[in-house]
Design a protein around this ligand. Structure first.
Ligand code: PGA
Length: 252
């Protein structure tokens, strides 16, 4: 049985002062929920204070990005060992990074492997754009992203990874995929491909999330599907009541 997993991607929101307020609002609700792996991914500047506030709870901290090198002359970048001091997770290949910061399947692959090497759990994001969806090539796009993103990742590490299926057209638009449509990609494309590459037993260990306009009002529809193991939540993770309700939906 896979443990449900809900991550909040705060994107480029919240100063440290604002982060402290949000954590204070989140803690009573989130700590009362059992059986869900909960992860908060604040901006770099808030990782340390958020990690301090979450100490002693079961809530994990994640980063939204990182470099693949362990150190070096890469001005403005953050290295895996720097994150590993405070984080257990790292989001890799979010569509906003792919669209605005030149991330490719090749850079995603280097980052996934670097995360594993440094003991971080990668939350690898995949998903088709609106144009790709309308052209009917979702299968090809997602298959390529998974194959190239995981290229060289050994079977022994796959089970602890998290994959997020986030159709780009659903992110921040208020227009979520249908639960049925998300399940079709997650079960029939992603998990089936993982089974092909790593075998059925390993593929059953991987948590696969849906992301894209998940809210308290629609979360439960996604979590009804056995292959959808949770959610990567953007906008709604910035509102305590919304995020708590989504995590509760995953627990049930
Ligand atoms: P959204 O973002 O929930 O605001 O659509 C999801 C994400 O970008 O991970």
């Amino acid at each position: 049985m896979r443990r449900p997993f809900v991550a909040g991607n705060w994107k480029m929101f919240k100063t440290v002062a604002e982060a402290r307020v949000l954590i204070t609002e989140l803690l009573p609700g989130l700590t009362a929920i059992q059986g869900v792996e909960i992860v908060l991914c604040p901006p770099f500047t808030s990782i340390l204070p958020v990690a301090a506030l979450l100490e002693g709870t079961a809530i994990g901290v994640g980063s939204q990005n990182m470099h693949w090198e362990a150190s070096g002359a890469y001005t403005g970048e953050i290295a895996p060992p720097m994150l590993a001091e405070f984080c257990k997770y790292v989001i890799i290949g979010h569509s906003e990074r792919r669209a605005y910061f030149g991330e490719t399947d090749a850079s995603v692959n280097r980052k996934v492997k670097a995360a594993i090497e440094h003991g971080l759990v990668p939350i690898m994001c995949v998903g088709e754009t609106l144009a790709e969806n309308e052209a009917g090539i979702t299968n090809e796009v997602v298959t390529r992203q998974i194959k190239e993103g995981l290229n060289g990742v050994e079977a022994q590490f796959i089970g602890s990874m998290v994959i997020a299926y986030e159709p780009v057209w659903a992110i921040g638009t208020g227009r979520a995929a249908t639960a049925d449509g998300a399940n079709a990609v997650i079960a029939d494309i992603i998990r089936a491909l993982l089974a092909q590459i790593y075998g059925g037993e390993k593929s059953e260990l991987v948590r696969i999330l849906y992301g894209g306009s998940v809210k308290a009002s629609n979360a439960v529809e996604f979590f009804r599907y056995a292959d959808i193991d949770g959610a990567l939540v953007g906008g709604a993770s910035l509102k305590a009541s919304e995020f708590i309700a989504i995590v509760k939906a995953a627990a049930n």
